[in-house]
Write a protein that binds this ligand. Sequence first.
Ligand SMILES: Nc1ncnc2c1ncn2[C@@H]1O[C@H](COP(=O)(O)OP(=O)(O)OP(=O)(O)O)[C@@H](O)[C@H]1O
Length: 255
Amino acid sequence: MQATQELGLSAKDLSVYYGSKQAVRDISLDFEKKQVTALIGPSGCGKSTFLRSLNRMNDLISGARVTGEIWIEEDNILDPKVDVVLLRQKIGMVWQRPNPFHKSIYENIAFGPRYHGIKNKKQLDEIVESSLRKAALWEETKDRLHQSALALSGGQQQRLCIARSIAVKPQIILMDEPASALDPVSTAKIEELITELKQDYCIIIVTHNMQQAARVSDKTAFFYMGDLIEHDHTQKLFTNPSQQQTDDYISGRFG
Ligand SMILES: Nc1ncnc2c1ncn2[C@@H]1O[C@H](COP(=O)(O)OP(=O)(O)OP(=O)(O)O)[C@@H](O)[C@H]1O
């Protein structure tokens, strides 16, 4: 099984264990290019565990074990031969809490491209500007690029983290509740940004907020106790789900 042209990423029979406990059970899920997929479900159902396995972040957790396949183009990224640094260039991650480096705005963006070999100042300047523009942060930061990123507001810091992930030209961006630590205005900006970014990237977002999933995503996957219960077009899943458990969850009967 390989991801085809339209597919950004394809998980097949993916299971994740923490020690003997299975947190994600045999999940097969395709993610298309230029689409946003939301992962929803009650706390502890395995959304973040599944998301983290998509760019091998679970490798960093002692006792975590992943089985199955995850295809991006011709590569099964669970193959031990895969270069994890290059993989994380292709599949970026934005975390729940903004986590800029303790460096200037400019250096936050330039760090990744420089790490991957770009040394030319003019080229780095261009990447910094284009990444900040794509993250809708250029106008707010162009006159303070060399000031600390930590002086930005929480919402600006999160857009900076998105700009930082874009700077290394990923194909896929994973987002783990990217707006849950932000105020409503900053949340709206992140949601707008997600809608803009999907023109260029495959985006997979974990969210607790069902309204947010409905607003930003094309497809939604509902997880429950480590299983994938339903995956469908967002509008269909929220208005006419096929599974009773999905219906119970979206209508607030549990979770
Ligand atoms: N590092 C870990 N070590 C051991 N167990 C873990 C670890 N991380 C998560 N788990 C367990 O795996 C299961 C799935 O957790 P996960 O965080 O993936 O769920 P989630 O749906 O993202 O939850 P939430 O919405 O609360 O973030 C839970 O039972 C959790 O306790």
